[in-house]
Design a protein around this ligand. Structure first.
Ligand code: PMP
Length: 362
């Protein structure tokens, strides 16, 4: 069996141990005689899987008891709409911080429902920085403040949690959740698609402070209503059972491997190694993001000569590394190095990048 180093931004690499466990349990989960895929979501077997996954996530993230954890569908993009539907609570406007492509998508969707105040934007630096909080124009009457702690395309990550006073803070953590410890009590809502750091596509995790639920805007479909979802144990309809199970296996794997503190240390080391190599390449490779806002999870970089892009990608593939092509909107390269990317994958990438550069006579 040949496993490749997969640098995809998502769906992304999963821990090999998780895949092996899923394989071993595929036909007969714990003596039940059936696959998790075949189970009733209301049967005792699946309920045990579901409850354990939630308990493990709560433990990993240290989620306070006055927060609900929802296992939803529709992806993070679905949350771009569900957040205003649920959190406007009779107000007319919300504050958004624009740090790049995913912020922009969240803003566009929110405008269907609300007056959006872009309280800060990284546009002036072409989204290579996080605007410092003291430059933000927050509105104390806003229903909430939305931001994107990690921009998956631009590779820009907040090094701080914004201070928003009494206005609930909402975070699209799709590409950074579980990458390090985070103080959940600072947030009103945290959401993210599972397909980067939590498992497979099809599942969206939403962590909501209880007092923010129950005031969805008139006309909100039941399936999008946080309160109804919570009251039904995320089973108002049939949930994505297999994706929920896989996320549970990822949470178990994280717990076995030291939890988020250990993950954070490994992630810092992995990212620092790659940035250090890029910065020392004399301009052959380049990452445009300011030092303190560089992502630990998604590292975009360009080659000095874009005419070499194709040869770089071809050589990478031949060396067992795929999905290094940058997002179609920005070009260049991008290495996504989520929790499940082993450190040996970073070492292999750096060795390949060094070799490629030397072959160009640099
Ligand atoms: N937000 C961020 C930060 C993302 O990286 C992505 C997916 N790449 C999305 C939102 C959209 O997620 P989904 O495809 O799950 O709707």
């Amino acid at each position: 069996m040949a496993r490749i180093f997969n640098f995809s931004a998502g769906p992304a690499v999963l821990p090999e141990a998780v895949l092996q466990q899923a394989q071993a349990e595929m036909l007969d989960w714990h003596g039940s005689g059936m696959s998790v895929m075949e189970m009733s979501h209301r049967g005792k077997e699946f309920l045990a899987i579901a409850e354990k996954a939630e308990a493990d996530l709560r433990e990993l993230m240290n989620i306070p008891s006055h927060y609900k954890v929802l296992f939803m569908q529709g992806g993070a993009a679905g949350q771009f709409a569900m957040v205003p539907m649920n959190l406007l609570r009779g107000k007319k406007s919300a504050d958004y911080i624009n740090t790049g492509e995913w912020s922009k998508k969240a803003i566009k969707e929110a405008k269907i429902f609300a007056a959006v105040n872009v309280a800060a934007s990284g546009e002036a630096t072409n989204f290579t920085t996080v605007p410092p909080q003291n430059t933000w124009k927050l509105d104390s009457n806003a229903a909430y403040v939305h931001y994107t702690p990690n921009e998956t395309i631009g590779g820009v990550e907040f090094g701080f949690i914004p201070e928003t006073g009494n206005v609930p803070l909402v975070a699209d953590m799709s590409s950074t959740i579980l990458s390090r410890p985070v103080d959940v009590s600072r947030f009103g809502v945290i959401y993210g698609g599972a397909q980067k750091n939590m498992g497979q596509a099809g599942l969206t995790i939403v962590i909501v402070r209880e007092d923010l639920m129950g005031q969805a805007m008139p006309g909100t479909p039941s399936i999008f209503d946080y309160r109804i979802t919570a009251d039904n144990g995320s089973m108002f309809n049939t949930p994505p059972t297999y994706a929920w199970y896989i996320a549970g296996l990822v949470f178990e794997w994280l717990k076995k491997n030291g939890g988020l503190k250990a993950m954070g240390e490994i992630n810092r080391r992995k990212a620092e190694k790659l940035y250090a190599f890029i910065d020392a390449s004399g301009g052959f490779y380049r990452n445009p993001v300011e030092q303190q806002s560089r992502s630990w999870m998604n590292i975009p970089f360009t080659l000095n000569d874009p005419a070499l892009d194709e040869a770089f990608l071809k050589g990478a593939k031949a060396a067992g590394m795929i999905q290094l092509k940058g997002h179609r909107s920005v070009g260049g390269m991008r290495a996504s190095i989520y929790n499940a990317m082993p450190e040996s994958g970073i070492d292999a990438l750096i060795a390949y990048m060094r070799d490629f550069m030397q072959r160009q006579g640099k």
